[in-house]
Design a protein around this ligand. Structure first.
Ligand SMILES: [Fe+2]
Length: 359
């Protein structure tokens, strides 16, 4: 049995970003206390960044979202902070999508635990609580705002793995649906579907937890409403998807994902495909494992008129497919959850490669 933790505090509602100065001030007990802002590079040169409650001693980094964060990225950022400051910050503020929120979590953990990011990739390896951290999502779906992990690509080990720890959970969230108003349409769909996929994988898995099931069921209802509607990005639907994303992240704190996420992790590791798109590309060909949900997914794609790129693996050679297989099969927990203890008897190497060839 697991002793579960969720985010302690959250503020939800349009305009709730206005609460950030007050929350930050409550962390500043000394005039030298500084905060670190990690902001999605999407907001470079924006009025939004100009308006952040940043003080002179604070640090601001933009987190690139061209590629998903790597352990090397986190180590370099940590080194830079150590060189510029000789104390730990009073708060880390992550503002952005999953890449930025996960970067904030990983930096928060490293600042108090030391070492290298890869030392904590796995289950419950973080020894001490990280720096107090506030998460502010600007896109909905990853569940990074409420999950107990922060996923990083480890290029040296050819794998994508999270710091799965209760210390990776944000201390405070600001969930402001106004912040998702400018998300490009395809991106909104790909990322939103991450929640749908978390929930169907969790509900179809062998490991069940009644509270995770309840979170997942409610999140799925919201996802179906949003993606089955004619305007998935209207104000009301952005609110719904933000709630669904939060609930989906809570669900996977008590359960495991299934087959889609490991295959998607392979695409990220080998081909630098972003998580949301990778999930959708895999979900598109999951008839054998999730037949009803795959059909429903096809209906969502059609209804929303979003584009799914084709032929992603067309140029890969044998070695490339070998790497895809290795970086998929390493995710034992979700694959055991989805299939059987000896999951490689079902998900054979030729089966995995056949799936990737259809993507
Ligand atoms: Fe995900």
């Amino acid at each position: 049995m697991t002793n579960s933790k969720n985010v302690c505090y959250y503020i939800f509602g349009k305009g709730s970003i206005k609460m950030l100065p007050k929350l930050l001030n409550s962390r500043r007990t000394n005039y030298t206390d500084y905060a670190i802002f990690l902001v999605d590079s999407y907001f470079i040169n924006s009025q939004f960044v100009e308006g952040l409650p940043k003080q002179q001693q604070d640090m601001l980094y933009f987190v690139s979202t061209v590629d998903e964060p790597t352990t090397n990225d986190i180590d370099s950022l940590y080194e830079d902070i150590l060189q510029k400051k000789n104390s730990i910050p009073c708060c880390v503020v992550g503002i952005g999508g999953g890449c930025t929120l996960d970067t904030a979590k990983a930096i928060s953990n490293l600042l108090t635990n030391g070492g290298n990011a890869e030392d904590y990739q796995g289950w419950d390896l973080v020894k001490a609580p990280g720096v107090y951290k506030i998460g502010i999502p600007t896109i909905s779906g990853t569940g990074a705002e409420s999950s107990r992990t922060c996923v990083l690509i480890n290029k040296n080990k050819n794998m994508k793995f999270g710091m799965n720890s209760e210390y990776s959970i944000f201390d405070q969230l600001i969930l402001d649906p106004d912040l998702t108003a400018t998300v490009p349409r395809n991106q909104y769909f790909y990322t939103g579907m991450d929640t749908y996929i978390h929930c169907i994988e969790s509900l179809k898995g062998r490991h069940r937890h009644p509270i995770a099931d309840a979170f997942s069921e409610q999140a799925l209802i919201l996802c179906k409403t949003v993606f089955g509607s004619t305007d998935m990005q209207c104000s009301e639907n952005r609110e719904k998807l933000m709630v669904a994303s939060y609930l989906g992240g809570c669900a996977i704190a008590n359960s495991y994902v299934g087959i889609v996420h490991p295959l998607s992790a392979g695409l990220s590791t080998v081909l630098n495909i972003h998580h949301g798109l990778g999930n959708c590309l895999v979900m598109n060909v999951m008839e054998e494992f999730y037949p009803e949900e795959t059909l429903e997914f096809h209906e969502f794609v059609k209804k929303q008129g979003v584009e799914l790129p084709k032929g992603i693996t067309a140029r890969l050679n044998e070695e490339g497919f070998d790497r895809l297989y290795e970086s998929t099969i390493i995710h034992e927990k979700p694959l055991i959850n989805a299939l059987v203890e000896d999951f490689k008897t079902i998900l054979t190497k030729s089966k995995v490669i056949e799936i990737f060839k259809r993507i």
